[in-house]
Design a protein around this ligand. Structure first.
Ligand SMILES: [Zn+2]
Ligand SMILES: [Zn+2]
Length: 225
């Protein structure tokens, strides 16, 4: 029998050792293990995209939100395109800030972001001129600055984060790529977070899905490598 790692696609090796789940950290004796140490527990293996985001973002110690997003996107609960991408941006940015020791960013804040982002339909980029990934960037700023509809500068900052993410997504042209839109929104959110949390710029990102999706824009995409 031959199985492949769902994260890095290497052949799994038979084992009787204990392994920690790459997504949630749960430890259990494993039957198969990736040579890179990747392991997915039964709960994470059968999770919906949203449940997986919540579990992973509560556990992962990653400080680069682009890398955290890509690890989660490799899970089979994530289709090539769709609204699960909208919900992912804010949790990975917030989890990366928590992992950098930024005050006040915790599991409750991550779950609140997910609640706020539920229900934005897929494909609104083309039908409304909107994108849930961009709203995810605005949600990060809203939460960090405690914006409400009645706030002044805080509300403006949240709106700017969404607007700037939308401009980035628009500037990159079509057809839609939910991975590209997500990475765009993460960079836009991070631009705002830098001033608030004093974190460094994110490194240049190379997309692991480059050339593998039907509508990949290849060399027209800044994340294509
Ligand atoms: Zn692996
Ligand atoms: Zn797990």
């Amino acid at each position: 029998m031959r199985f492949r790692c769902r994260i890095c696609e290497q052949d799994l090796l038979e084992t009787t050792a204990k392994a920690a789940c790459t997504y949630c950290g749960a430890e259990k004796v494993a039957e198969w293990l990736c040579p890179e140490g990747h392991h997915i527990c039964e709960t994470c293996r059968t999770s919906s995209a949203e449940d997986l985001i919540a579990r992973a973002c509560c556990f992962l110690q990653e400080t680069n939100p682009l890398k955290a997003a890509e690890l989660i996107l490799r899970h089979t609960a994530f289709p090539a395109y769709g609204d699960a991408h909208h919900v992912l941006v804010a949790p990975v940015v917030l989890a990366s800030l928590r992992n950098r020791g930024i005050d006040g960013v915790n599991e409750a804040v991550i779950r609140e972001a997910m609640t706020r982002l539920r229900g934005i339909p897929a494909c609104v980029c083309g039908t409304r001129g909107d994108c849930g990934a961009a709203a995810s960037a605005g949600t990060v700023v809203s939460l960090l600055r405690k914006a409400t509809p009645l706030s002044d500068a805080e509300r403006s900052a949240a709106l700017h984060a969404t607007a700037e993410a939308l401009c980035r997504i628009a500037d990159h042209g079509g057809p839609r790529c939910c991975k590209q839109s997500m990475f765009d929104a993460i960079y836009s959110a991070w631009e705002h977070v830098k001033g608030l949390a004093g974190v460094d710029d994110l490194p240049v990102h190379a997309c692991a899905f480059a050339g593998r999706l039907k509508d990949c824009k290849t060399t027209r995409c800044p994340y294509f490598a």
